[in-house]
Design a protein around this ligand. Structure first.
Ligand SMILES: Cc1cc2nc3c(=O)[nH]c(=O)nc-3n(C[C@H](O)[C@H](O)[C@H](O)COP(=O)(O)O)c2cc1C
Length: 506
């Protein structure tokens, strides 16, 4: 903070109205009066902390630098005189008490047998808002379900009589060793689920030698996550491109200096999708007249925190920007969110290092196809048009969305993917069990790999080839099994509108 003056808690407490509203975050005092109506989460929540310390409320749902990015320097008033802030009384509601009771009754990790189990436990023990943010997807959530269901249309053609006494499922991703062909993909706001936020992923990934993709909108600061990495641990960065290209350049160059090994530029989110489950939470929790308010920039504040914290993302990003990115960094560049072979081909022709065939976990365009389906057409067309064979060292294909079993990963690898990104399962694992949960999730996947490599007759990753799967019906867009019980049991159906008064009485 440029302004170093020390301000007492007593002085801050005087500014506790809409007309003059100061708050404290991490020992620093900010004047947010002019920002109240522009706050993505509405003014009401800030006013609750007017004149007080808002750090605990602020932390889980804001990237650490959100406040300094949005407030002009002159509104960043100074440092709080230690231990002088007025405390906010924390009222534990009956709902929260009941939740904490459920937390105390979580099954031990030894009873968590697969990634679906994490989802089931998380649904029971997470605060409702956090569950809504993590689990929600766009519109009718058709793509979210399809991401998972598409794997049910790929079947194995295992080999027998192969020596599988030892099996090895380690591989390399963009030249870096990893113990499995998976990585922890970027998911925003880790502290919503657990106070340690994305640090749980960094530490869990280190234990299992897995790559972590750090999100632009992490709850922990970027440097904190890099500092927490073990020597030699590989981390990638997911980038939302800011309209302010100088800011983007600073982020990218800082990341490269700090040893980040690849930059994944998200290209499927020029605007955030409508995640109605998340939006309904907001309507439930707040005064409706408050959340419908439109900020001075014209952004509708009823769209949930996620939408608003991402309002900096540049919808004008286009192919002609690629040379600029190449000019500012030597890191390999990968586009995250490619959904058709024509775009994968463009990425290849522009000399990029790869693409992630992804629809953002079904959170963006509903009825976008699954990554695994797109993978097949990309492999075919790039083979035909450029003579490429996959997996390919020079141009790597990644897939994410709906992956819940090692068999899903093996299917993607057989069809040409270098590795697969996994998102929600790690969010649920860390929300319910912290770092240990993440480690256990990775152990579950290891065990599944070991067994399934043997059962399909593949001693190494290189032995997992296209003829080991039958994907002939992948594009059929019908679900092979009417309901996948484990997934279906956790999946929340979309809710329709309900009367406020009636809900309040329940
Ligand atoms: C809660 C949540 C937050 C996410 N945040 C980001 C993000 O900030 N940037 C991004 O590129 N992708 C983000 N994603 C998308 C993931 O990187 C990935 O594409 C998706 O989660 C894969 O699907 P899965 O959750 O079924 O594994 C997010 C996904 C979830 C569930």
């Amino acid at each position: 903070m440029a302004n170093k003056q020390v301000i007492s808690g007593k002085e801050v407490a005087k500014h506790n109205t809409r007309e003059s509203c100061w708050i404290i975050v991490h020992g620093k005092v900010y004047d947010v009066t002019d920002f109240l109506d522009d706050h993505p989460g509405g003014s009401k929540i800030i006013l609750k902390y007017a004149g007080k310390d808002a750090t605990e409320e602020y932390d889980p749902i804001h990237p650490p630098d959100a406040i300094t990015t949005h407030l002009p320097v002159e509104k960043q008033l100074g440092l709080l005189e230690p231990d002088t802030a007025e405390k906010v009384e924390v009222i534990i509601t009956d709902t929260e008490k009941a939740r904490l009771e459920r937390v105390s009754r979580r099954p031990p990790l030894s009873e968590v047998l697969n990634l679906h189990d994490f989802e089931a436990v998380a649904k029971l023990v997470m605060p409702e808002k956090a569950w809504a943010y993590y689990s929600s997807a766009a519109d009718d959530e058709i793509t979210n379900r399809e991401n998972h269901a598409a794997y049910h249309r790929v079947w194995f053609r295992p080999r027998v009589m192969i020596d599988v006494t030892t099996v090895d499922w380690s591989t390399t991703v963009l030249g870096h060793r990893t113990s499995m062909p998976i990585y922890i993909t970027a998911t925003a706001l880790g502290k919503l689920g657990h106070p340690d936020g994305e640090l749980n992923f960094t530490r869990g990934a280190a234990k299992h030698n897995i790559i972590q993709m750090i999100p632009t909108l992490a709850s922990c600061s970027f440097d904190e996550l890099v500092d927490a990495a073990q020597p030699g641990q590989v981390q990638f960065l997911q980038l939302y491109v800011n309209k302010d290209r100088d800011m983007t350049k600073r982020i990218v160059q800082h990341a490269e200096k700090r040893g980040i090994k690849a930059l994944f530029i998200t290209v499927d989110a020029p605007q955030l999708g409508r995640r109605e489950k998340d939006m309904r939470q907001k309507f439930d929790a707040e005064d409706p007249s408050e959340v419908k308010k439109t900020g001075s920039d014209g952004v509708d504040r009823s769209q949930g925190a996620a939408r608003a914290i991402s309002s900096f993302i540049d919808p004008g990003l286009q192919w002609s920007d690629i040379p600029w990115f190449k000019g500012i960094t030597n890191m390999p560049l990968i586009l995250k969110g490619v959904q058709r072979w024509e775009d994968a081909l463009k990425a290849y022709d522009l000399g990029l290092a790869g693409v992630v065939l992804s629809n953002h976990g079904g959170r963006q365009l509903d009825f976008a196809r699954s990554g695994i389906e797109v993978l097949v057409e990309v492999v075919n067309q790039l083979g035909k048009r450029r003579g490429l064979k996959f997996p390919n060292e020079k141009f790597q294909l990644f897939v994410d969305g709906g992956v819940r079993r090692a068999t899903d990963v093996i299917k993607a690898v057989a069809l040409g993917a270098t590795a697969v990104g996994i998102g929600r399962p790690f969010l649920y694992a860390h929300s319910a069990y912290g770092q240990e949960g993440v480690e256990h999730a990775l152990q579950v996947l290891r065990d599944e790999f070991e067994m399934n490599m043997r059962l399909i007759g593949a001693p190494t990753i290189k032995d997992i080839v296209p003829d080991m799967v039958d994907a002939s019906h992948l594009g059929a867009h019908i679900v092979a099994v009417p309901e996948d019980r484990l997934y279906g049991a956790n999946y929340d159906s979309m809710q329709s509108a309900s009367l406020r008064e009636i809900k309040a009485k329940l």
